[in-house]
Write a protein that binds this ligand. Structure first.
Ligand SMILES: Nc1ncnc2c1ncn2[C@@H]1O[C@H](COP(=O)(O)OP(=O)(O)OP(=O)(O)O)[C@@H](O)[C@H]1O
Ligand SMILES: [Mg+2]
Length: 244
């Protein structure tokens, strides 16, 4: 399932959900049919990030447990054509997501959409582990902090051991002033130490935070900010996209 991408990180708060929302929006604006799937069971967030929270009726667990069909739970974004969300469940347990049921769902979504983006909770808890057995490719999101980089190295080891080898790195919240002051390694040094190809570097950009506060992808109002341009560029050069 080469069009099923999981987005993961070792450390929490590195910017996975922001990446899923904005890369998903950028891919949809490029003309691809994109579904983003919120795997943060119990702590759902993508419905808020996309301004769809008041429309959630069914969720991922309803779909996986056969309570409803995927199309009953999947919500279409209000302004971005070709962008859809499968929301997470708020009051359910992650034990309800098995590798088998997630695999079956992703196979179905991979047929119906051009791109499936799985937004994982952080760390090596069961959900990212199960997603890594299902996804064809992964984006690992790190910031420039030493703890986040070290946790990313750990994830690479774990995922590679499980057979998921198509891994790409995104360095988020990059600050060139910090680089000049020798406070952080460069993005290429980070990619070298993590040992996977660098897909892109997203600068620290207040527009990302503002979009989070407004509950919308930043590409709606601020496509030309530094981070906005990176999301568009990432969508244009995402590996495998040209074969769709
Ligand atoms: N490049 C950036 N510049 C400025 N702020 C950013 C950037 N990327 C993310 N943020 C902000 O960082 C916060 C955390 O981002 P986000 O929720 O995407 O992280 P996460 O990895 O999904 O977190 P969790 O591990 O809890 O799921 C948000 O407030 C978001 O707006
Ligand atoms: Mg998140």
């Amino acid at each position: 399932m080469n069009n099923v991408w999981m987005v993961a990180s070792g450390k929490g708060g590195t910017g996975k959900s922001s990446l899923v929302v904005n890369l998903g929006a950028a891919l949809a604006m490029e003309g691809l049919r994109v579904v983003v799937v919120d795997l943060s069971v119990g702590l759902r967030c993508l419905d808020l990030c996309l301004g769809l929270d008041d429309r959630v009726l069914f969720d991922l667990i309803d779909v996986l447990s056969g309570n409803c069909r995927p199309r009953d739970a999947i919500l279409k974004h209000s302004t971005i054509e070709k962008l859809w969300l499968l929301p997470a469940a708020q009051n359910r347990s992650m034990d309800e997501i098995t590798e088998k049921s997630l695999d079956a769902l992703c196979r179905q979504l991979a047929e119906q959409f051009d791109m499936v983006l799985l937004d994982c909770p952080p760390g090596l808890e069961p959900i990212p582990q199960r997603a890594s057995a299902v996804a064809g490719r992964a984006i690992l999101v790190t910031t420039t902090e030493a703890t986040a980089i070290r946790d990313t190295e750990r994830l690479v080891t774990e995922f590679t051991a499980k057979g998921l080898t198509d891994l790409y790195l995104v360095v988020n919240r990059y600050c060139s002033e910090h680089l000049k002051s020798n406070l952080i390694p460069s993005e290429t040094e980070i990619a070298d130490s993590v040992g996977i190809p660098l897909l892109g570097t997203i600068p620290e950009d207040e527009a990302v935070t503002l979009a989070t506060l407004r509950c919308e992808p930043m590409l709606i109002r601020q496509p030309s900010t530094p981070a906005g341009r990176v999301f568009t560029a990432l969508a244009r050069r995402l590996p495998g996209k040209d074969f769709l």
